[in-house]
Design a protein around this ligand. Structure first.
Ligand code: MSP
Length: 743
């Protein structure tokens, strides 16, 4: 039964939605002066890395600017904790999914705090407030006739939590991993009913999604036809029970997407929650990584339309952060941790680099070299040096008190005009999320101010200039330069908040945190730095990074990685570089034999892909295109002769048993057609030995024998490795005899 308040709440929503639907599908609401921005909620099966930090930092910068413009802002982030892969990861880590999620969610939150990110709320999908909201949403969709019961037999990608069309063995179009066949009685959402509505909605709201590549991809996906979507699962239990039918859990994406409203109080009886929802929904921006556009631009608006809730105002997708040319991700093993950069160069350096270096919406490469170069050029030698020169001279020549500037000459007028133009240009670019351009504009002003100082050389008195004239020049030039720095600093604050706060104090402007609360960005007019202002003590901002900085970061990253592996019981993130062999759309395939410690810089064992090649004429799916874009620009090829050195053969398992005192190892006897072999494989946590007997596998037949636990292993079997580390054995759909060679 809905409480009185609840039904009033729902009526308001219905009323809003009626407006939404009649008003040419417009999703523009009227909560001017308020702003709601969200990050995706991060899966807890991987610890946070720079890719996650990137999206969250972008949101933080936007939120800071909005607040400093006097806009009441709500910035939400959190963690996505349900689903089969979390359940599996917890099992592999030997703890309950709740314990596992709590630990990793704590790591995300702890890192965001260390980086100084100013989120207003952190939602975990295992929280009661979320569960209540999801169940309410599900019940509403069912009451309105958009959810029905049916049965589903088909393919499912556990890693992406995605239903996939196609026969058994079909790879996931997003990640390339082989899908699992699931057969279940499910609840279905009538997504097919929203095909036309969504297309009309996109048409009526051209600003709804971006960048353009995302918009095109989503529209073509919807035009390709929408099928009803299974929105419950029965084969595992780690999720939110379907109200009234508790053997089902809610599909993780319906669960996860709902966080954007449950965090605001959707589903709550409390008046203050309902007011918060009223105040901030619909969200202004869901900022996401490009690989999850479909969920945010198709499923989520459809769920909202069906439930009678206004649709979010916009979705903006960032590109991928690449490392060594591959998408930074746990499964590729090419992770850099934000902590590493934070410890050595500080959070501002990381923020500046990410926003300056990568045009928002595009993929961008991360490298320690590029980071250090930019840091030294733009922050240490550029902005940092400019501030230090000016503040030191004000102390030296004027006892640290800003003098009267006197009348401006054309040089000051020109600098002032540039600063005023920069305020406008920076604002436009930033508000278009073109952070790189915004910073380029601002740093051009840093360079111009530097040039102005050098040209006027207030530190040098030519003999022909009188003392009085020189003092007047010093006052004019230093106050003009300091005023320009004040404007640069205010604009740069959302991106380099720690440095900006220091500069603010050095310019005698007090605490920037307080200024930000008073909407200081709304009043940046030239002349804010008043004569008589007492400057603070000069203090270093960005000490120059020495030659060994790259090496120190690399060492620290390796050390961080080792600690993470140890903390995870030696199971995680061993490989610090992506495979030298480039595998197309990244089916993450690797050997499932126990891992030998990877030598630094050495490529891992040879890999073989199990994904069937697409027919030459088949158009690439958007996801394949995305994967292709992320593929190495200049892959390190091997020759056919190199490949021929690896003898891959079909083998049939004759005997499979656990190895005493080795939890992860199975001893297998296999038939290679021409001989029998013993091999050891680290798959005991995922495969019951008795179920393996008779199964045909792929193995590397010419690997040098190795001893493990006193037993000799004569070969290595191949398996795909899922995000959570679970192996999936390579196999065949057709009959193949033992011994057949893979070429
Ligand atoms: N849990 C889902 C999102 C649910 S939102 C209702 C999910 N989680 S995730 O942890 O796999 O990734 C979340 C986001 O992290 C990505 O969408 C992206 O914003 C960010 N990134 C993760 N790796 C990244 C890069 N290498 N580069 C840039 N962003 C990356 O998907």
């Amino acid at each position: 039964m809905e409480s009185d308040l609840q039904s009033r709440f729902v009526d308001t929503l219905r009323g809003r939605n009626a407006l939404l639907m009649t008003d040419a599908n417009s999703n523009s609401g009227q909560h001017a002066g308020r702003f709601y921005i969200t990050t995706p909620i991060y899966y807890v099966n991987a610890r946070p890395h720079l890719g996650h930090a990137y999206t969250t930092i972008v949101c933080d910068a936007i939120a800071r600017r909005k607040r400093a413009l006097g806009i009441e802002t709500w910035f939400l982030t959190g963690t996505d904790e349900h689903g089969q892969k979390i359940e599996r990861s917890a099992k592999a880590a030997g703890c309950t999914p709740q314990e596992f999620s709590t630990r990793i969610a704590g790591e995300f939150r702890g890192l965001w705090d260390r980086l100084g990110l100013t989120y207003d709320d952190f939602i975990r999908t295992t929280e009661e407030r979320h569960k209540r909201g999801v169940q309410k949403l599900f019940a509403t969709l069912r009451e309105k006739g958009f959810i029905y019961k049916g049965s589903y037999t088909g393919q499912y990608c556990v890693s992406d939590e995605l239903y996939v069309d196609g026969p058994p063995g079909t790879p996931c179009p997003d990640c390339g991993r082989i899908t699992e066949t699931v057969s279940e009685e499910n609840y279905f959402f009538k997504l097919s009913a929203f095909e036309r509505k969504l297309l009309e909605f996109y048409e009526a709201n051209p600003e709804f999604m971006g960048p353009e590549s995302t918009r095109r991809e989503v529209i073509s996906f919807v035009r390709g036809g929408l099928k009803d979507l299974s929105v419950s699962r029965t084969s595992f239990s780690w999720g939110i029970p379907v109200p009234g039918d508790e053997k089902h859990v809610v599909y993780v994406w319906l669960d996860a997407l709902a966080n954007y409203i449950t965090a605001l109080g959707y589903g709550s009886d409390l008046v203050q929650d309902q007011e918060k929802f009223e105040k901030f929904w619909p969200a202004d921006i869901h900022l996401i990584g490009k690989e999850i556009s479909r969920f945010h631009c198709v499923y989520w608006p459809a769920f909202l339309m069906a439930a009678g809730i206004p649709v979010q105002r916009s979705v903006r997708a960032n590109g991928w952060l690449l490392f060594d040319q591959g998408k930074m991700s746990k499964s590729r093993g090419n992770i850099v941790r934000a902590e590493t950069v934070h410890e050595i160069l500080g959070a501002d350096a990381l923020r500046y680099f990410l926003l300056r270096e990568i045009p928002f919406g595009q993929d961008g490469n991360f490298s320690f070299d590029a980071l250090v170069q930019r840091y030294n050029a733009d922050l240490a030698n550029g902005y940092g040096n400019l501030v230090s020169r000016v503040v030191n001279m004000v102390h030296k020549y004027f006892g640290g008190v800003a003098p009267e500037a006197g009348a401006a000459t054309p040089a000051e007028a020109a600098l002032r005009a540039s600063a005023e133009a920069a305020i406008a240009a920076f604002g436009h670019a930033f508000d278009d999320l073109d952070f790189s351009d915004a910073l380029k504009t601002l740093w051009a002003l840093v360079a111009e101010t530097d040039g102005y100082l050098t040209a006027n050389a207030p530190w040098k008195k030519p003999p022909e200039r009188s003392d009085a004239d020189h003092a007047a020049l010093q006052a004019r030039v230093l106050v003009t330069a300091a005023e320009t720095i004040r404007i640069i600093t205010a604009l740069a604050y959302p991106i380099v908040p720690d440095a900006a706060a220091k500069v603010w104090r050095q310019l005698g402007q007090g605490e920037l945190g307080d200024a930000a609360k008073k909407a200081f960005l709304t009043d940046l007019a030239w002349g804010g730095l008043k004569a008589g202002t007492k400057f603070g003590e000069p203090a270093p901002l960005f000490p120059r990074a020495e030659k060994d900085t790259v090496e120190r970061m690399q060492n620290l990253e390796d050390e961080n990685g080792r600690r993470a592996v140890e903390a995870a019981g030696g199971e995680e993130e061993e490989v610090k570089r992506p495979p030298a062999v480039a595998a197309p759309p990244a089916p993450d395939v690797k050997a499932a034999a126990p891992k030998a410690p990877a030598a630094p810089g050495k490529p891992p064992a040879p890999v073989a892909a199990t994904v069937p090649a697409a027919p030459a004429s088949a158009p690439a799916t958007p996801a394949q295109q995305v994967a292709a874009e992320a593929a190495p620009a200049a892959p390190q090829h091997i020759t056919i002769d190199d490949f021929a050195k690896v003898e891959l053969r079909v083998a049939q398992i004759l005997v499979a048993e656990r190895v005493p005192k080795a939890d992860k190892l199975l001893r297998l006897e296999v038939d290679l057609g021409y001989e029998k072999r013993q091999i050891l494989a680290g798959i005991a946590e995922y495969y019951e030995p008795e179920k393996l007997i008779g199964r045909k596998i792929v193995m590397v037949a010419n690997l040098a024998p190795r001893k493990m636990r006193g037993l000799e292993s004569n070969g290595m079997l191949l398996a795909a490795s899922l995000e959570d580390g679970a192996p999936v054995l390579a196999g065949f759909l057709e009959e193949v005899p033992p011994g057949a060679r893979l070429k």
